[in-house]
Design a binder for this molecule. Structure first.
Ligand SMILES: [Zn+2]
Ligand SMILES: [Zn+2]
Length: 245
């Protein structure tokens, strides 16, 4: 094991020399071991800590020192038990998440999973999670894009926190229009009935951590959670890398 670690370190040293890791955001040499974003860019990412809606994680204006439910959660309760995002969707993070999702920048995986791993430990208790499930892509979109960014993140997170990952039980049965052009109400309608649990045995009575790259209105993760709960999930909590402020 030790020899392997030494060899691995030597290999990465040689590879760094042959192919230096350049930060995709600022173009400087990356100074974080086995990562791509440099330390300056990585630490410019703003994390969510406090002042959030108790349920959906929506940031609240001003200082809040007590449990608070936002307007959206009071009006239309989401099916998940809780949702949290690690960081704010802006600047470095929005640039790199878009590159990861649409431009095949899969080398950013470990940088992004650093954020997810931090988010799990900050907002949840890993010991209570039975199964990690990514938000699925419709197979036609998966075929076109060749990978599901949420599944890649969920699998890498599962390996880090030593929990099982299930990319098969929850599927997307309708190819919905991209959410980005829609308002909150349209987003809800757009994803309604788009997901299905095909292996309920895997879901029943489980405490599930649902993973996606970005949360906007919560319509997508809310609908996935509704379907998981309908299939018998005990608890569904959501974690995304980012969320708009
Ligand atoms: Zn940088
Ligand atoms: Zn809320």
């Amino acid at each position: 094991m030790r020899l392997f670690t030494i060899l691995k370190n030597k290999t990465s040293f040689v590879l760094d020399w042959v192919y230096p890791r350049i930060c995709p955001e600022c173009g400087k040499l990356c100074d974080r071991a086995a990562r791509h974003l440099c330390w300056d860019c990585f630490q410019s990412i703003e994390l969510y800590r406090e002042g959030l809606c108790e349920k959906c994680g929506q940031p609240i204006e001003g200082a809040v020192h007590h449990a608070f439910l936002c307007g959206a959660c009071r009006k239309h309760p989401y099916a998940f038990d809780r949702a949290r995002a690690t960081a704010v969707y802006q600047g470095v993070l929005s640039n790199q998440l878009q590159a990861f999702k649409y431009n095949q920048a899969l080398w950013l995986k470990e940088d992004l999973v650093d954020l997810l791993e931090g988010g799990v430990h900050a907002h949840y208790d890993c010991a209570t999670i039975d199964l990690i499930v990514p938000v699925p892509l419709h197979f036609l979109r998966l075929h076109k894009r060749t990978y599901n960014q949420a599944a890649i993140l969920a699998q890498a997170l599962a390996a880090r926190v030593d929990r099982p990952c299930d990319t098969q039980s929850l599927v997307r049965t309708q190819q919905t229009a991209t959410q980005t052009r829609f308002h909150a109400q349209q987003r809800l309608q757009n994803v309604k009935g788009a997901f299905r649990v095909v292996r309920p045995d895997w879901i029943r009575q489980r405490n599930i951590l649902l993973i996606d790259d970005v949360m906007t209105t919560g319509a997508t993760v809310g609908e996935c959670s509704r379907v998981l709960k309908a299939a018998g999930a005990n608890k569904v909590v959501v974690l995304t890398v980012a969320r708009g402020k």
